[in-house]
Design a protein around this ligand. Sequence first.
Ligand SMILES: [Fe+2]
Length: 367
Amino acid sequence: MKIELNENKVFFNNGESVQEIHPFWLRERVDGDEFLDKGTQQRLFDPSTMNGEIIIKKAQIKNGFLEVDFNDGVNSKLDITKLETEFSNKDTVIKSIPKKKWDSTLKNIKNFEYKEGFFESKEMYDLLVSFYEFGFVVIKNVPTENNYIVKFANSIGSVRRTNFGEHFNVKSKSNPNDLAYTTLHLSPHTDNPYRNPVPCIQLLHCIENEVKGGFSTLVDGYTVTENLKKDNPEFYKILSEVKVRFKFTDRSVMLEDWSELIHLDDNKEFKQVRFSPRLDYVPVLEKNKLDLYYKARKKLSDLYNSEKNRIEFKLTPKDLMMMDNYRVLHGRTKFDPKEGKRFLQGCYIDFDSTEGKLRHLKRKFKL
Ligand SMILES: [Fe+2]
């Protein structure tokens, strides 16, 4: 990628094609002291209110900077490396971490160890990279006193409060408003598909786990989706096209949201899965289409519930698991409350927390 000049016009050459950069695009990026607040990196002028045509009167390239004089009397030195980064037009931090597909054969996943100064450490950076690679991470030795999970979450970003509270206690109880609060086996699911937006990340902190059962289970929705796309393209297509209704009702709230079970981004790439088959309602479609939909959902359910795709492990006290609720499905095996206590605490945070922290640590450690 290269910046080139020709008669006071600035061009961007990406190796394949050359295109002129609009003078106004450059004018918006002037960064002298009177135009950009150095602390916040926010503009001190409002380009949306500027009128009149902006023309470049003079331009030259010197020592890695593009020096431009504009016809409105403003001149600026623009860092060429920064401009080139912008041309790539993508998040160079998060998108550069490739997702790693995994199934039941996943071995030697790195656990992280909580310690003093953890949230501002290089280890926290490594943890977040690992989180984006695998969609989950386990941190050992996290203090369990005084709802520490909330402090943990707020040290990465901000807790996402829901109608279950700032955090929730996962214990079996009578008259539960969710099956999580029973001793039943929970098949793989994503949390809260009925919210808009769906909470991005779930933290689950093990406080006590004395029972023989109650294993945690995880499935990589990304791996399953990619395999379905390859092996059953017709199923993949319908599941990524038909929006279904998810709902949650209790005495104080009625939540509802519509989405595909496999949600793709603008480039038709994997973005999010929602799966909670006790809460989904497909709309009335033509019978043949519903026929295909039900076959596809059954196949998806078989894959999510297959041993081949599931990892199973026991959380022990002080373990904190962080899961990407858009990618990874979680569940647990049943347990017998007569054997002892099982007590987990959970809460949610959103991607802006982890992404913001990751970019900050990358800048801090010059990585
Ligand atoms: Fe859950």
